[in-house]
Design a protein around this ligand. Structure first.
Ligand SMILES: *Cc1c(COP(=O)(O)O)cnc(C)c1O
Length: 384
């Protein structure tokens, strides 16, 4: 406790909240399995402890973007089903197949590489064929699907791989009622039906991310892939607050005040002097900046709880620090400034920072810098 109390900055990660969120999402998923998405270091929360906690709460699958992220989890001793989807030519396909990682294939080049890797490894690869049902990002276009399915079936007959999954990803699931949601579901059902007619027998068909898991029950199929909601954040303000869904924010970001001082009226604050004191006042120096993930776009706007009051950043966010006008209050240096958290002390939420920086909560938590230690709390699951 005292060791962390003296830290310049810290991101506390409440693993009990993460486990509770996983349970809430499993309930929402109405019988479908749950994949805990822990890409990008668990959205900035620490991939390894979050993966463990999610598994403890019943996540049957883990998902990452890159194979390197998946391999790192395996090297740390994480078992169970683990899938990754963002591949580039060259792999590491063989390492993934040998580490028992499920891989995604969107195109013939990837299918050829995974077949070669399975041969070299002397193992059968587990493949999820990805359909582009309308996102226009990764995945196989409907026009190219017959060729990909036929090549995958041939590789399956040859024993190189098994097609264990058919999957896709939504474009606008965070905009309730957006017509693309139904349109993508229709294309997905057609592409799944085509593959099954050609003899594919998938274990899991999956398309739902967090917003679809929360609001589009007919998208759940056999597996839902949840990232942001598992970290206790709502995918978008239109959808609702975390509390509306029974979710609890997992990360609390805070810093220890480095300086509190009195200044005269008319004093310019921080680079560019975009803020000037209007009266004699006190200032707090908060020792985190854009290198720590505090968005520079939130200059003059970002909210922070200091000494029981939520205040706004005065002037520019610098690389390592920003300043808050305390209006005469004089907390001790070392008092904590809480940038965001679950709100228990009246602190802002990550969504307030997203609004201040004109971005989404995903970017706020994912970009918290490496210089901020993550302090994992409640690692041991509750008994009973
Ligand atoms: C990141 C990601 C997810 C998780 O999305 P959330 O909105 O955070 O739940 C699911 N599937 C894929 C393919 C992703 O890249």
């Amino acid at each position: 406790m005292n060791e962390t109390a003296s830290l310049r900055a810290r991101a506390e990660i409440d693993l009990a909240a993460l486990r509770a969120n996983v349970r809430v999402l499993r309930e929402r998923a109405s019988g479908a399995q749950l994949m805990a998405v822990v890409k990008s270091d668990g959205y900035g929360h620490g991939a390894l402890p979050c993966a463990r906690a999610a598994q403890e709460a019943g996540a049957a699958w883990l998902g990452t973007a890159t194979p390197q992220e998946a391999l790192a989890l395996r090297e740390a001793g994480i078992g169970g089903r683990l899938m990754c989807w963002l591949w580039t030519p060259g792999g590491p396909w063989r390492e993934a197949v040998e580490a028992d990682i499920d891989v995604s294939v969107s195109a013939l080049w990837a299918l050829r590489e995974v077949v070669a890797a399975a041969g070299a490894a002397g193992r059968t690869a587990r493949v999820h064929l990805k359909a582009d049902t309308g996102l226009g990002r990764n995945g196989c276009q409907p026009a190219d699907w017959p060729e990909l399915v036929s090549a995958a079936r041939a590789a399956e007959e040859a024993g190189a791989l098994r097609v264990v999954g058919l999957w896709s990803h939504f474009a606008c699931a965070d905009e309730p009622g957006h017509p693309s949601i139904e349109a993508q579901l229709t294309v997905f059902r057609d592409m799944v039906a085509y593959a099954e007619k050609e003899g594919v027998r998938p274990e899991v068909r999956h398309i739902a991310n967090s917003p679809a898991t929360l609001t589009v029950p007919e998208s759940h199929f056999d597996l839902v892939r949840t990232g942001i909601a598992m970290y206790g954040l709502s995918p978008s303000p239109e959808l609702g607050t975390p509390a509306d869904f029974g979710l609890r924010p997992v990360m609390t970001l805070s810093a220890s005040l480095a300086l509190v001082k009195e200044v005269p009226p008319g004093h310019g604050i921080s680079y560019g002097h975009h803020y000037t004191t209007s009266a004699e006042t006190t200032l707090a120096l908060v020792p985190v900046g854009y290198a720590d993930g505090v968005p520079r776009h939130a200059s003059g706007r970002g909210p922070v709880l200091i000494d029981g009051t939520v205040r706004t950043i005065a002037g520019r966010v610098a690389m390592d620090q920003f300043v808050v006008d305390l209006g005469g209050d004089t907390p001790e240096p070392g008092a904590r400034a809480v940038l965001f958290g679950p709100g228990d002390q009246g602190e802002p939420g990550a969504e307030d920072w997203a609004a201040a920086a004109d971005t989404i909560v995903y970017e706020i938590v994912t970009r918290i810098g490496r210089r901020v230690p993550r302090i994992h709390l409640n690692a041991a699951p509750e008994r009973g």
